[in-house]
Design a protein around this ligand. Structure first.
Ligand code: ATP
Ligand code: MG
Length: 567
């Protein structure tokens, strides 16, 4: 490819609507162009990267025996009503109506379609197990599509679905997929860690996320892990071992005290001169339109996903001030579980409150708290709190560490979550109808591209792992009008391409500085510069990842490219 013809426009400045470095670089280096919020055109450079990632995914999936197909992006509501998700999926599901007034949606995922297709075709246990996948667009009307390809509204996903006659067979396939995932990401140049996760709207019981661990702030997930035993979990699912701590507020009797305008835990702790862990905090939520109070030790925070699961609810949100008055007859900052009608309001106690004594508690009266309160008898404590680094591993009790991660893929055991409601069954060896036991396995193709940039970049641009770089080599003649330079450069360009090394020649009539900047920005793994030293028979060979430059002959440069790229 000649740079003069490549459909790319690099920009001098970063776009000002981008926060994530991958977003900034993808736009500035001419990989993507925004059409609408969270919706992008993948320009030729991006398309080459996406094709490479997709091909790695294909090869590894095919090697496990999974079969590629392609399912529709626009889907009838009927299917989603059958699975029960039409009303549950919420605003991320983009719905529309066709000319015949049929309700439709844009696929956020494909469980419904695949379950219906397979159940039409597979009727006997003899046709199982089966694993089918596709690489297809998804649309999710994400609430904050602000990180470019890391969280788009329209994005590309590989999703695979497996069908089994037993849990053991699903377990086996789940492991096969896990190994394939590790290989896929490794081949993309990315180390991943499989962490236990919450199954969210997709459902099921066992699931793991494949995380690229990054220190950059945009990794959207906190991951807790233990170096000792290997435990690792997404923060929305992580557990910790907390030795029951006796914390005594030190008040010898219960009293109602004035706490005028003292609303936050921090203010309350200062005002009453007690530690935050001597305050029993109440947080009020609406879960599936019903009021809930979550009680937790003052120094801890509620993990809303864990709360959602503990309540077995589909949706939760914090209570609004008017609802606090209406449902709890209370006021924000002074809420308590006491004196509320527990037949109407559900009250949960986080395990962190175990061991609290003579503590501070809201009084459900504006500007008043109790001091010296104690817990009621016979509480069933639940785990609904965020883990903090330094708390102990739930498996081996060593201190947990925290890092940030980008979820590039995940694997779920769905069981019969879809096959049962959709009545998708096979006949077993005894002639009985049974629902399929299913698994599903997703990889964000576009997110993987962005994650690679989050992981590999510097101040000058992208540093592609060679396996997924759009091109391998950029040959730069410093002065394209110089006959000797131009001849050597074209010669290199042709020879490299003939060897299967994907090479660009920067034939633009631009200053060398401009060409070098673009080479770094776009992120070619190798740059070969043909300049004045060609009079001594030498070119400059630069590797992007370490910035090392050596002067060698053109033939040596070709050999070096082969050595670096083709093994
Ligand atoms: P997240 O928690 O990040 O929203 P998810 O749990 O909704 O992800 P899945 O439904 O399991 O994700 O989708 C499988 C894969 O698709 C994810 O691992 C991720 O790589 C990718 N993915 C999901 N949502 C997006 C998005 N909005 N933009 C880009 N990729 C996405
Ligand atoms: Mg999501």
């Amino acid at each position: 490819m000649k740079m003069s013809q490549l459909f790319v426009q690099t920009l001098r400045e970063f776009p000002n609507d981008a926060e994530a470095i991958s977003h900034k670089l993808l736009v500035r280096a001419g990989y993507i162009k925004k059409l609408a919020n969270g919706i992008y055109t993948y320009l030729p450079l991006a398309q080459r990267v996406l094709t490479k990632i997709s091909n790695i995914v294909r090869e590894e999936m095919d090697a496990t025996g999974a079969q590629e197909m392609l399912m529709p992006f626009v889907q009838p509501a009927e299917l989603w009503q059958k699975s029960g998700r039409w009303n549950v999926y919420g605003k991320e599901l983009l719905r529309c109506t066709d000319r015949h007034d049929n309700e439709m949606c844009l696929a956020p995922t494909h469980e419904e379609v695949v379950t219906s297709v397979v159940s039409d075709i597979v009727s006997s246990y003899k046709q199982l197990p089966l694993n089918v996948y596709h690489i297809q667009l998804k649309f999710r009307d994400e609430i904050r599509p602000r990180f470019g390809l890391l969280r788009g509204r329209e994005f590309i996903m590989k999703d695979a679905y497996s069908f089994h006659t037993s849990q053991e067979d699903l377990d086996r396939e789940y492991e096969v997929m896990g190994r394939a995932y590790t290989n896929i990401f490794k081949r993309c140049g990315l180390e991943t860690r499989a962490v236990q996760s919450d199954s969210g709207a997709i459902g099921g019981s066992v699931s793991h996320e494949y995380m690229v661990l990054t220190d950059t702030a945009v990794g959207e997930n906190d991951v807790f892990y233990c170096d000792e035993c290997g435990y690792s979990a997404n923060s929305n699912h992580a557990e910790s071992f907390l030795p029951v701590e006796e914390v005594d507020g030190g008040f010898d009797e219960e009293k109602l005290v004035d706490t005028p305008n003292v609303k936050t835990i921090e203010e309350l702790s200062k005002f009453l001169n007690v530690n935050e862990n001597c305050i029993l905090k109440a947080v009020a939520y609406i879960a599936d339109s019903k009021p809930v109070i979550a009680m937790i030790r003052g120094d801890k925070e509620i993990e809303e996903t864990k709360l959602l699961n503990a309540l077995n609810a589909l949706e939760i949100r914090p209570m609004e001030n008017e609802e606090i008055a209406q449902f709890l007859n209370s006021c924000a900052g002074f809420i308590s579980y006491r004196d509320v009608d527990t037949s109407k309001v559900r009250v949960l106690f986080d395990k962190s409150s175990k061991g609290m004594k003579n503590f501070v508690l809201g009084a459900n009266i504006k500007d008043k708290h109790y001091v010296g309160s104690n817990l009621p008898e016979n509480i069933d404590f639940v785990d609904i709190s965020c883990v903090k680094a330094g708390e102990y591993c739930p498996v081996c009790k060593k201190p947990l560490k925290m890092t940030r991660g980008i979820e590039v893929g995940n694997i779920f055991q769905l069981g019969t979550k879809y096959s049962k409601p959709m009545n998708a069954c096979y006949t077993d060896s005894e002639g009985q109808l049974k629902p399929y036991i299913m698994g599903c396995y997703g990889i964000g193709i576009t997110r993987t591209m962005a994650a690679a940039i989050e992981k590999y970049h510097d101040d000058f641009g992208i540093i592609w792992p060679k396996e997924i770089a759009p091109y391998h080599v950029d040959v730069v003649p410093v002065n394209i009008d110089d006959e000797v330079q131009s001849k050597v450069a074209y010669d290199l360009y042709e020879k490299l391409n003939n060897l299967g090394i994907e090479t660009v020649i920067d034939d633009r009539n631009d200053r060398a500085g401009v060409k070098f900047k673009d080479a770094d920005l776009i992120g070619f793994p190798i740059r070969i510069t043909v300049g004045k030293t060609i009079s001594e028979g030498l070119v400059e060979f630069k590797t992007r990842n370490d910035g090392v430059v050596v002067k060698i002959t053109p033939d040596e440069a070709i050999e070096k490219c082969q050595k670096i790229l083709l093994n």
